[in-house]
Design a protein around this ligand. Structure first.
Ligand code: TEU
Ligand code: CA
Length: 552
């Protein structure tokens, strides 16, 4: 197994719009990130991933790109970016960008040209189809964000494909010119010195020939079998690797939508030379029963353990995973998997212990280091995310949900939960901006903020700093072989890890009750989210949401 720099590193995802506003317009920006580089370095993270910073009309907050080689004016300009990159490197950190290659914006020049006529040279950059025989969309494909995945263009009488919003037309990767455009954009940024890419919905780039109807099997299966993993996908990924990535000291992190533990090795096995690592959706979606906005969700520890296990077994020593418990697309991790009430601090720390001791590159999301929680939005005009807005409408109109239950789902699983401005201090707008921010600040910012936690040695923030430092000193955290203990226990998650002569044991209590654990081996706590480890009568008394790492 190759011990590359990015394996032991911790990735910290920045959602620039919500990170820090430097020029008082209510929107986070690149200079805002520059201002916080000392803070980022103090976390002991290694790689910064920026969600898209390119020109965009922001129908989906930058995941709809109108120019791949320009900076979104709201975020700053190219010299701001170059300064950010230089200073990040000066501090010994790396920086990766978010490559959105499956689709662009309908305001991209390519699409504006393509719409002009059927013989426009850019027409074939996109997927166009005639209406079905009965009239209407060419097939039954649904968009990830609700409604048909086809939009009618009355000028030409054809539909174009958009797996996300209608302002995000899918690019036609069958066209070699499209691939060349994307590769050139990648080179443009790599030549500036960026260290790699997170690859947005990369499994979707190769479409199935003839665009066959999707069977009625639930959206998750449709993604896997109809939208993702298309016939030429791996050919494209190899081409991307040989043409671009392999020429740089850079890595690729795939967003694993549509990837399951059975096909994952096709993407990340070392000898296939396609992608360096991926984060999958099984953990991120493990609380979601059906569609995210269709049914209430619930958390089940044994289910989560078995997901971790099956993925570990699937990629064992052949490939590499990144480990994400949250990002800008999911509700806050402490609210979903922990306890954001009485055991807020303990559970936030415990979740990090779990995440930091799973195999793979640790991937954390901004704000989780201070235990930011979900927000309750009260009215629909406070909601900003296009996914929530579309599903809200669909739930009311098509599914006939009551306003109350449609709204409850937004507050429970909606993406705005993770996108509220970072809570820097207890001043106005949480120190994020001096102007009203683009999305409401979580009202709990007076209790939960960076300044307060910075000066508290027991804070979640300082726990993160310490654990990330210790993780760098112990290869066993990252590379160790895994042995489950009492796997079926519904409240406790316990395992041993071994790497060479090093052995650790991890004990995590996912409940509000005290549980006894046999203490016959190792009582030296390397990490503990409580002040004490209580041992009584040969038993460790694990406190509510207690997490410990014992050195054996
Ligand atoms: O996400 C892809 C994706 O699958 C998400 O739409 C996911 O299903 C959903 O958010 C979970 O509920 C990526 C980006 O991370 C997301 O922000 C973009 O909206 C999307 O691609 C389109 O680019
Ligand atoms: Ca700004």
């Amino acid at each position: 197994m190759e011990l590359s720099w990015f394996k032991k590193g911790t990735i910290y995802q920045i959602y620039p719009r919500s990170f820090n506003d430097s020029n008082a317009d209510g929107i986070g920006d690149l200079r805002g990130i520059i201002e916080k580089l000392d803070y980022l370095q103090s976390l002991n993270v290694d790689i910064l991933w920026l969600s898209p910073i390119f020109s965009s009309p922001n129908d989906d907050n930058g995941y709809d790109i109108s120019d791949y080689c320009a900076i979104m004016p709201e975020f700053g300009n190219m010299s701001d970016f170059e300064e950010l990159l230089q200073k990040t490197h000066d501090k010994g950190m790396r920086l990766i960008l978010d490559l959105v290659a499956n689709h662009c914006s309908d305001e991209h020049m390519w699409f504006e040209e393509a719409k002009k006529s059927k013989d426009n040279p850019y027409r074939d950059y996109f997927h166009w189809k005639k209406p079905s025989a009965e009239g209407g969309p060419p097939n039954n494909w649904k968009s990830f964000f609700g409604g048909s995945a086809w939009e009618y263009d009355s000028a030409s009488g054809e539909y174009y494909l958009h797996l996300f919003t209608k302002k995000q037309p899918d690019l036609n990767w069958e066209n070699p010119k499209v691939r060349e455009e994307i590769y050139n954009a990648m080179k443009f940024w790599l030549d500036k010195g960026v260290d790699g890419f997170r690859m947005d919905v990369i499994p979707l780039i190769s479409k199935r020939e003839g665009y066959p109807d999707a069977p009625d099997v639930g959206f998750r299966k449709i993604i896997e079998n109809v939208y993702a993993n298309g016939p030429r996908l791996h050919e494209f990924l190899k081409e991307m690797n040989t043409t671009v990535i392999s020429h740089y000291d850079a890595f690729s992190l795939a967003e694993g939508v549509g990837i399951n533990y059975e096909n994952a090795s096709l993407y990340i096995d070392y000898d296939r030379k396609e992608l360096d690592m991926l984060y999958h959706f099984d953990i991120l979606e493990c609380t979601i029963v059906n569609g995210k906005f269709e049914e209430a969700s619930s958390f089940d520890l044994p289910h989560m353990k078995s997901i971790f296990k099956r993925w570990r077994d699937a990629v064992h020593k052949k490939g590499w995973l990144a480990n994400a418990m949250g990002n800008h697309d999911f509700a806050r991790m402490v609210s979903r998997f922990g306890n954001d009430d009485k055991y807020w601090s303990q559970s936030a720390k415990m979740l990090l212990i779990m995440q930091a001791t799973q195999n793979g590159t640790l991937n954390i999301y901004q704000g989780d280091e201070i235990g930011m929680t979900n927000i309750t939005l009260d009215t629909i005009d406070e909601v900003r995310d296009v996914q929530s807005l579309n599903f809200y409408k669909e739930n009311l109109e098509t599914r006939k949900y009551s306003n109350e239950s449609a709204f409850k789902m937004i507050n429970k699983e909606g993406r705005d939960n993770a996108r509220t401005p970072i809570q820097w201090n207890n001043e106005k707008h949480a120190g994020f901006s001096s102007k009203t921010p683009w999305l409401k600040v979580n009202p709990n910012y007076k209790e939960i903020n960076v300044a307060k936690q910075n000066s508290d040695p027991d804070s979640i923030l300082n726990f993160y700093r310490n654990l990330l430092k210790i993780r760098k000193q112990h290869d066993v955290f990252v590379y160790g072989d895994f042995e489950e203990l009492d796997f079926d226990n519904p409240n406790l998650y316990m395992y041993k890890k071994t790497y060479g002569h090093k052995k650790i044991k991890v004990l995590l209590n996912f409940s509000t009750l005290i549980h006894d654990v046999n203490s016959n081996e190792g009582a030296e706590a390397l990490i503990n989210n409580y002040d004490d480890l209580i041992i009584d009568n040969g038993c460790i008394k694990l406190q509510p949401y207690q997490g410990v790492i014992l050195e054996l």
